[in-house]
Design a protein around this ligand. Structure first.
Ligand SMILES: N[C@@H](CC(=O)c1ccccc1NC=O)C(=O)O
Ligand SMILES: [Zn+2]
Ligand SMILES: [Zn+2]
Length: 206
């Protein structure tokens, strides 16, 4: 059994959503000062790097991170090849076997330069929510920072998935992952007020 880390590295200077808080880590209390330990301070947006969205991110009445069912974030997942697509919809999933799967990851490989925030990403189409829900999917993950276009304000895909009970994992790193079946572990932090949370996402070969 092998563990594949599909998390983006969290480091100063890393790309973040345009206009959002930059990621910053520093040792704020050094061993020289404290006499015993280095202690760090983090400043970051909840949508930094590999992260999950809580429905509260796009719905004032939606669930917060602490309310999410952890069962969703651990278990069998199918990685599907979606390379070369401008958007992903039902048309791309016809004939794809999702039998018994609760979790799916779309591997678009469209975010080529990891040190820069992408200008254009493949988005999910509105027809996907009902289609995936009917087939039992509860969690969807993408290797780009959003399931909607970067400049979207209506966030159709976010809402459409949420209305169908499907949760969202964003900015996983699938460059070294072959399509197929794995076990996913991607647990959010216990953020009581959180609209999103960074996760350490891994795949285990089965
Ligand atoms: N929907 C995107 C994030 C997003 O839209 C966003 C993230 C940080 C700061 C501003 C954002 N959107 C502003 O319109 C996401 O779920 O990660
Ligand atoms: Zn997000
Ligand atoms: Zn999102």
């Amino acid at each position: 059994m092998k563990i594949i880390d599909i998390s983006r590295r969290l480091e100063n200077g890393m790309p973040v959503w345009p206009g959002d808080t930059a990621f910053h880590y520093e040792v704020s209390w050094s061993k020289a000062e404290s006499g015993s330990v280095n202690v760090g301070t983090l400043t970051m947006s909840t949508h930094t790097g590999t992260h999950v969205d809580a429905p509260f991110h796009f719905d004032d009445d939606g669930k917060k991170i602490i309310d999410l069912d952890l069962e969703l974030y651990i278990g069998p997942v199918r990685v599907l090849d979606m390379t070369g697509k401008e958007s992903i919809g039902v048309k791309d999933l016809e004939g794809v076997d999702l039998n018994g799967m609760k979790r799916v990851l779309f591997r678009t490989l469209s975010w080529q330069n990891a040190s820069e925030f992408p200008e254009k990403i493949p988005h999910l189409e509105a027809d996907l929510g009902p289609f995936l829900a009917e087939r039992g999917i509860r969690l969807i993950g993408v290797d780009v920072p959003s399931v909607d276009p970067i400049d979207s304000k209506d966030l159709y895909a976010h809402h459409g998935l949420n209305e169908n009970g499907i949760h969202i994992l964003e900015s996983v790193l699938l460059d070294k992952v072959e399509p197929g079946d794995y076990e996913l572990i991607a647990l959010p932090l216990p953020l009581v007020e959180g609209d999103g949370s960074p996760v350490r996402a891994v795949l285990r070969t089965i």
